[in-house]
Design a protein around this ligand. Structure first.
Ligand code: GAL
Length: 835
């Protein structure tokens, strides 16, 4: 099956003038094919081992893209994968936005300029821990619509958006068939996981998706992930932490992995997930041992959920994902470096892997060998999938030891060049430094203003009214996290409910509720992660006569995953009740069917309190700065931190809300929500055995997210403004700006390797520890072992590295002198340097 713009090529060939030749040279169409033996993706006749990484353009800024993509390329990637995010591109039906960090075309061109390929996952349902899975909420509110099924209203919108994206890319000649970088495109996302819920209509929808996609005529193959019945010619691909056991549904299809989860996302109240470099490399090596051709890291750079883009419920603003490039774009070492080495080895045997004859052998005790043979070369993989026992065995006449849960790669079947459990790359220990801008005072000075200015809101005047409680999505249409539900209740003192002991009870689906009675704050409640319905219940003082009940319901990211996820309720489904007690008797007044008035959003957002224009500058006061006051706006100015290191703001002391820098939202914040106490361990992480996101976690009992990324491009040269909208009440006095940088670097490299050390653009300033032999301990607590090289390792390192931005060390007795370790010890170099 060839996906190639044949007619275009023929036309070009027929006019082979000098200029046409030049055109061909500059942007020649590339044929992307699938080999009939299902063994490989073929680009321009070459069978490929393709290594790819997800970078989502709106989770960073356009200014960051070139650097992120360069680091991806240096890390050995061939391809960048991204979803397309419908809700931010079409926030209002038929009104589009492709500006700033939403400039998809610029992103794809940046990928192209770096000489990389792209995979365009149009979806347009994407999941991705993105608000509402990437669907605009207006879609849900279209009359007669049913999402992700055979429904004409939905299919019409989906086709409209898909065609828009395809045509934009075509117009810029971005498909490989036109000489562009896009080698594959994706339609839908993991629909196979939820399809059964939709019955026969689900299958009809998948078939429609396939036809609709193919009819777009993009000249490169389409994929669907986790869709075991993907209709031909769509290629079914795998997502997961491991995909070695995956087989596509069509024997012709190559074995492709669209999402190798490099870690996991984080939720408010959840722990920091970590997936080790060893385990990630193991999964990749096993995939290529078992016939894979394309593997993508989800995420390679996770980034930041700016604004209200975080999905949910309860996805944090940081989408770091423990990815090879961290949230700020720094190398996450040793992950980045350990994978780079693996990529280099895999690329070096590309021809053998994709053309060779395959011989698999089960060597017992969960150890497997695979030999790829071509007339020119044989390449061997030795995979030990046992999670506890290292394996020592003779293979092709030589003895090998393969640690538990690891794969050794022998490009020539003789010598182990890479083992997934042996990490030679440096570990970077990141640190945060205070803002060193000249004349930046130690603490910031703040002004404030209340959210509730006149009593208009709490007095019950909204935009629309209804005699029922409505779903927050229906009323807010995605325009805000905030929706006021307001009603009045008239009580006579002879009302059967009237008593001194009355309770207000509100049944909520989430995720946060702030309650005001007659304009006075009564209390707040929020759902704990995972239990998104709860009952607010509090004693309430009501007056004889009219009483105003104003409930501010707050969503923290709309559901992004699951069967019919779009129908999950939000807001206050009710009942809303007042209960009166007289002795043993209880009387309940149900307010659910009252006339409710609704107001979407906040006064301060309507009036752009977060903005930089003069209109938003007035009415801020510096006197009587309140702390622990609910629904309060705070504002301060600060100097841009010196240097070029990424910037973070420490929001310790605040409760929950949203933060803006110079009018741009850096996302929701919630530092007062501590991560759960349980699940962390003081022992080093034993990654062996299948990973899941509860393994190797950190941050127990600490704020789920204390630091928030402030992209440098959001900052002005001189004075900058930070505005916070605080919901629960907090104290901004501890807020401060910091830069994120490498503090120290460690390594524990094996003999016969070259160790590269770098402080990310800064000079290495001192050697804290160095020993070649059998050093003990881990980064930060290394100690010398029982044998050492005869040359002083610290002096060798001092001479080679101190004062330099990077250095390379040949880890061998040549460099460090002979040892008395004996031949049974594999010697290592342990190093710790400060930056
Ligand atoms: C997958 C999904 C991705 C992302 C991932 C978890 O199921 O396709 O979009 O949500 O899970 O990070």
């Amino acid at each position: 099956m060839v996906f190639f713009c044949g007619s275009k090529m023929a036309l070009l060939k027929s006019v082979l003038s000098l200029s046409a030749l030049l055109f061909l040279f500059l942007s020649s169409a590339q044929a992307v094919e699938v080999s009939h033996d299902g063994r490989a993706i073929i680009i321009d006749g070459k069978r490929r081992v393709l290594l790819s990484g997800s970078i989502h353009y709106p989770r960073s800024t356009a200014e960051m893209w070139p650097d992120l993509i360069r680091k991806a390329k240096e890390g050995g990637l061939d391809v960048i994968e991204t979803y397309v995010f419908w809700d931010v591109h079409e926030p209002v039906r038929r009104q589009y936005d492709f500006t700033g960090n939403l400039d998809l075309i610029r992103f794809l061109k940046t990928v192209q300029d770096a000489g990389l390929y792209a995979v365009l996952r149009i979806g347009p349902y994407v999941c991705a821990e993105w608000n509402y899975g990437g669907f605009p909420v207006w879609l849900h509110n279209l009359p007669g619509v049913k999402l992700r099924t055979a429904n004409d209203v939905f299919m019409n919108e989906m086709k409209n958006f898909t065609s828009l994206i395809v045509n934009m890319a075509k117009q810029e000649s971005l498909f490989a068939s036109q000489g562009g970088p896009i080698i594959l495109a994706q339609i839908e996302n993991e629909y196979g996981n939820v399809m059964s819920t939709y019955g026969d209509a689900g299958k009809a929808y998948v078939d429609w998706c396939a036809n609709m996609a193919v009819s777009q005529d993009i000249g490169v193959p389409w994929i669907m992930c986790q869709q075991s019945d993907a209709p031909q010619p769509i290629i079914n691909t795998c997502n997961g932490w491991y995909c070695d056991q995956f087989t596509p549904n069509n024997p012709d299809s190559p074995k492709m992995w669209t999402e190798n989860w490099t870690g996991w996302f984080k939720s408010w109240g959840g722990l920091n997930p970590h997936r080790t470099a060893e385990d990630l490399a193991f999964s990749v090596a096993r995939f290529f041992q078992t016939g894979g051709t394309f593997q993508n890291y989800y995420m390679y750079h996770g980034g930041t959920n700016f604004g209200r883009t975080a999905g949910g419920p309860y996805i944090t603003t940081s989408y770091d994902y423990d990815a090879p490039l961290d949230e700020y774009g720094n190398l996450n070492q040793p992950k980045w470096g350990h994978l780079k080495e693996l990529h280099d080895v895999l690329h070096s045997v590309e021809g053998t892997l994709t053309n060779g004859n395959i011989t698999n052998d089960d060597l017992g005790n969960s150890v497997y060998s695979t030999v790829y043979t071509t007339p020119e070369q044989s390449t061997c993989f030795l995979g030990n999938t046992n999670s506890t026992s290292d394996a020592t065995f003779v293979f092709k006449g030589k003895q090998f030891t393969v640690p538990a849960w690891s794969v050794s790669i022998l490009p020539d079947c003789q010598k182990e060049v890479y083992n997934t459990a042996k990490v030679n790359a440096q570990t970077s220990v990141m640190m945060k430094e205070p803002n060193k801008a000249e004349s930046q005072p130690g603490s910031l000075s703040w002004t404030w203003r209340p959210e509730i200015v006149d009593d208009q809101v709490v007095l019950g005047k909204g935009h629309v009214a209804a005699h029922r409680l409505v779903d927050q999505k229906d009323a807010a249409d995605g325009a805000s996290d905030y929706l006021w539900y307001m009603t009045s209740v008239n009580l006579k003192d002879d009302d059967p409910i009237w008593s001194d002991n009355m309770t207000l009870r509100v049944n909520c689906t989430g995720q946060i509720l702030h309650v005001y009675i007659n304009g006075q704050y009564l209390g707040s409640q929020w759902a704990l992660y995972g239990t998104f319905n709860y009952v607010f219940e509090k004693n309430v003082k009501l007056n004889p006569g009219n009483n105003l009940i104003s409930l501010l319901s707050v969503t923290v990211g709309l559901q992004n995953y699951g069967p019919m996820f779009d129908l999950v309720q939000n807001g206050i489904p009710g009942p809303v009740e007042i209960e009166g007690r007289k002795g043993d008797e209880k009387v309940i007044k149900d307010l659910s069917g009252h006339l409710w008035s609704y107001k979407v959003g906040l006064h301060g957002i309507d009036h752009k309190f977060f903005g930089t224009d003069p209109a938003s500058a007035s009415n801020w006061q510096s006197k009587d700065l309140p702390t622990n006051r609910s629904l309060t706006w705070y504002k301060t100015t600060f100097k841009v931190p010196l240097g070029t290191d990424p910037v973070a703001v420490d929001l310790q002391g605040l409760g929950k809300g949203e933060a803006w820098i110079n009018g741009k939202s850096i996302g929701r914040y919630w530092p007062s929500y501590d991560a759960s106490q349980d699940g962390c361990s003081a022992d080093p992480c034993d990654y062996r055995g299948s990973y899941d996101n509860n393994k190797c976690v950190t941050n127990c009992g600490r704020p789920t997210q204390r630091w928030y990324h402030v992209p440098r491009s959001f900052l002005d040269e001189d004075v900058n403004t930070l505005v916070l909208f605080e919901e629960f009440g907090g104290n901004p006095s501890l807020v401060n700006f910091q830069t994120v940088t490498v503090g120290s670097v460690c390594a524990d490299a094996y003999e016969k390797k070259t160790l590269e050390l770098a402080c990310q653009g800064r000079p290495i300033s001192a050697v804290k520890f160095a020993s070649f032999g059998d050093p003990q301990g881990a980064c930060g607590s290394f100690s010398k072992g029982s044998c050492e090289g005869s040359n002083d390792a610290a002096t060798v390192l001092q001479n080679a590295c101190v004062g330099k931005e990077s250095c390379s060390i040949d880890v061998s007795e040549n460099t460090f002198g002979s040892t008395t370790c004996g031949s049974s010890v594999t010697k290592r170099l342990a190093v710790e340097v400060t930056c």
